[in-house]
Design a binder for this molecule. Structure first.
Ligand code: HEM
Length: 162
């Protein structure tokens, strides 16, 4: 792990970023926060709907609004996150919150791939009538997603306090 961290810290990207001036890290942090807010805000609304909130609002239009925003937010958070990490990567060596955050991001992304393959999700997304058992499947999917992303946000916030 340390070798990989030292490589990122010494990379051309890191050297360019560190040479760009004192505002660079702060602006990357701003981009990270905007990405997180966009991702988590979208996920929060969609997952609460899947878990049974706001039943009068159709799932299909909500999916159309929230999923693209979540993807944009994730890409922004990931790009800005790697750039921030490259500034002083080796200082995070042994940080349990960083080491927990990345596997949790992996779990959250695997959950997205799994949910997309579920018949219950396909029906909800396209506005088809729900089959028996769909409500329970969607509730669990929403809960797993929300808890995992909440874990990612919590670990991210706590990285700096270790
Ligand atoms: C490849 C992806 C990512 C990388 C490499 C990354 C890296 C980082 C780094 C280096 C920090 C600064 C830690 C510090 O010194 O305080 C940070 C902060 C943070 N990250 Fe990420 N991150 C990534 C994705 C995400 C995602 C997807 C989320 C949430 C959904 C997230 C949530 C947070 C939060 C809440 C903070 C604290 C921000 C603050 O208080 O200023 N990160 N991240």
């Amino acid at each position: 792990m340390y070798e990989w961290m030292a490589w990122l810290e010494g990379s051309a990207l890191a050297q360019v970023l560190r040479g760009m001036g004192i505002w660079t890290y702060g602006l990357l942090n701003l981009a990270h926060i905007l990405g997180i807010a966009t991702l988590f805000g979208s996920v929060l609304i969609l997952d609460l709907r899947l878990m049974g909130a706001w039943r009068s609002i159709g799932t299909a239009p909500l999916v159309r609004a929230t999923v693209p925003l979540a993807v944009i937010g994730f890409v922004l958070a990931a790009i800005s996150g790697v750039m921030m990490l490259s500034f002083n990567t080796t200082e995070y060596h042994g940080n349990p919150f960083l080491y927990t955050k990345f596997p949790l991001i992996g779990v959250a992304l695997v959950n997205v791939l799994v949910v997309q393959r579920l018949g219950a999700w396909q029906r909800a997304k396209t506005g088809q009538a729900a089959a028996s058992g769909d409500v329970a499947v969607l509730r669990v999917s929403g809960a797993v997603s929300l808890l995992t992303w909440l874990g990612v946000v919590t670990c991210g916030r706590l990285i700096g306090y270790w």
